[in-house]
Design a protein around this ligand. Structure first.
Ligand code: GLU
Length: 480
């Protein structure tokens, strides 16, 4: 048997972290078994579905490296299939048209509430005579199509994550609506129905999705049986929780993959982190792996039942590991758009070799790509703002003379790593000051700060774009 799994997002919003994590688990499982990963867009909700969300979903999956083998299939292009399937259930006597109005349903719910009963449809239109149906039609009532669910049915499946699951027909709220009225009397499919028809048609062997779908699974199994189809295996993955243990939501600041991208996470880092949202490798100390490496080790035995807490610190850590081990040219490719977005311009000698040197300099200090904006601001602005500490350092006795000494020496030397060291030595001697003072004054003067990446390398970069001398002159003003 070839494993065939799918991710079936609804394009009613951007690619959500929960959906993306489900996609990751599907992908890992498919790749582990040499199977197929299928993409299906569940766009039957015409009011809430938008093409830009579909775009965002496809783009997000591609960005994360979750390549699919078939699709994207769009449910709105498959309506004929669902209609035929509704007809099959009619023919088998397992579905019927229900003309109950929303007012009648509301009254039913109220009565059930008053009796302290759970709300459910009472199957009142299950056995309408043709005359009754004709009368309702004549009244101009609209209808839905319901699938018969017997209360005494027991539904059992062996969930690959949660073990044996047992549901009763009576838990499912009465005969379920599978389609809404359509002009031809066959109906537009609802989620639970379309999903089963598609999963059968696409020969899905394993349905891997979030645990919020468990109640749907019970209903869907009854539909598979009604069609006489083989029931797939099910794996319900744990929810993603925030620090308070509640479902991660928009209130937690970010939920879509494009948000994570905007925040400066790398695709590889985020994908790696998502594998750990509910799963751990057999060697649980191993936390850094590519999707391909995780796929080799992936199994549902190591997927937790309990919700997976979203851990920003861990995501940051994993992300930094990817940034720190990335080849310079690749990191440069990722950082250029980040800098462009911040309005930085690559003029005045800021060519590719210079940019790569800058990336080499700051790369090891980055946690998120966007950190590069603040960290490299001093290389993209003509003048620099001196921090309070830096100003204080510049006002320190000896700083001004030191900086003037450096400026004078710069006139005579072409700046290289060696000559920079030479200049520092020379100024120490001439001014009779400690090397530490020269270094601090230089750092404060060149970068406007007392902390930052390697000083000599920073100086060389500023020198290459002709900014070191003006900076030092600016610093001398502050110093005196
Ligand atoms: N369209 C459903 C969702 O986005 C798919 C659920 C499923 O995988 O069956 O939640």
């Amino acid at each position: 048997m070839t494993v065939r799994v799918r991710i079936a997002p609804s394009p009613t919003g951007n690619l959500h972290i929960g959906t993306a994590r489900t996609a990751v688990f599907n992908w890992l499982f498919a790749r582990h078994h040499g199977g197929e990963f299928i993409l299906r867009i569940e766009d039957t909700d015409s009011e809430r579905s938008r093409p830009e969300y579909t775009e965002n979903i496809l783009e997000g999956l591609r960005w994360l490296g979750l390549n699919w083998d078939e699709g994207p299939f769009f449910q709105t292009k498959r309506l004929e299939l669902y209609k035929q399937a509704v007809q099959t259930l009619f023919d088998k006597g397992l579905a019927y048209r229900c003309y109950t109005t929303s007012e009648e349903l509301e009254a039913l719910r109220e009565a059930q509430k008053a009796r302290n009963e759970a709300p459910r449809y009472d199957n009142r239109h299950r056995n309408l005579t043709p005359e009754q149906e004709a009368a309702y039609k004549a009244e101009g009532r609209s209808f839905v199509i319901r699938f018969k669910i017997e209360d005494e049915r027991e539904i059992v499946w062996n969930d690959l994550v949660r073990g044996k699951m047992v549901w009763r027909g009576s838990d499912l709220g009465g005969d379920m609506v599978i389609a809404r009225a359509a002009a031809d009397g066959v109906g537009l499919p609802l989620y639970n129905f379309a999903v089963v028809v598609d999963d059968m048609d696409m020969e899905i062997t394993h349905v891997i999705r979030g645990e919020d779908h468990i109640a749907n699974t019970a209903k869907q199994i009854l539909l598979y049986e009604a069609f006489g189809a083989k029931v797939p295996e099910f794996a319900h993955t744990p929810l993603i929780l925030n620090q308070e243990g509640r479902k991660l939501s928009k209130r937690d600041g970010v939920t879509s993959i494009s948000d994570f991208k905007r925040m400066g996470f790398t695709a590889e880092g985020l994908a790696n982190y998502m594998t750990l949202l509910g799963w751990s490798a057999p060697d649980s100390t191993q936390e850094i792996f590519t999707l391909e490496e995780a796929a080799k080790q992936f199994s549902f035995e190591r997927v937790n039942k309990a919700g997976a807490k979203f851990d920003w610190a861990k995501l940051d850590w994993i992300n930094s590991q990817y940034i720190h081990s990335m080849p310079v040219d690749k990191l440069t490719d990722l950082l250029i758009p980040v800098w462009e977005e911040a309005g930085y311009q690559f003029t005045g000698g800021r060519d590719r070799p210079w940019i790569e040197q800058l990336v080499t300099l700051i790369g090891p200090s980055l946690t998120r790509l966007v950190d590069a904006i603040a960290m490299s601001k001093l290389f993209f602005t003509e003048t620099v703002e001196f921090s309070d500490e830096a100003s204080a350092q510049l006002k320190h006795e000896g700083s001004s003379a030191t900086l003037k000494g450096v400026i004078a020496a710069l006139e005579k030397h072409q700046l290289t790593e060696a000559s920079a060291q030479e200049i520092i030595k020379q100024v120490v001697k001439e001014q009779n000051v400690k090397k530490g003072l020269v270094m601090k004054a230089l750092r404060a003067g060149l970068t406007g700060d007392l902390h930052g990446p390697d000083l000599i390398q920073s100086w060389l970069l500023l020198n290459q774009i002709g900014l070191d001398k003006p900076r030092l002159l600016q610093a001398v003003e502050v110093a005196s």
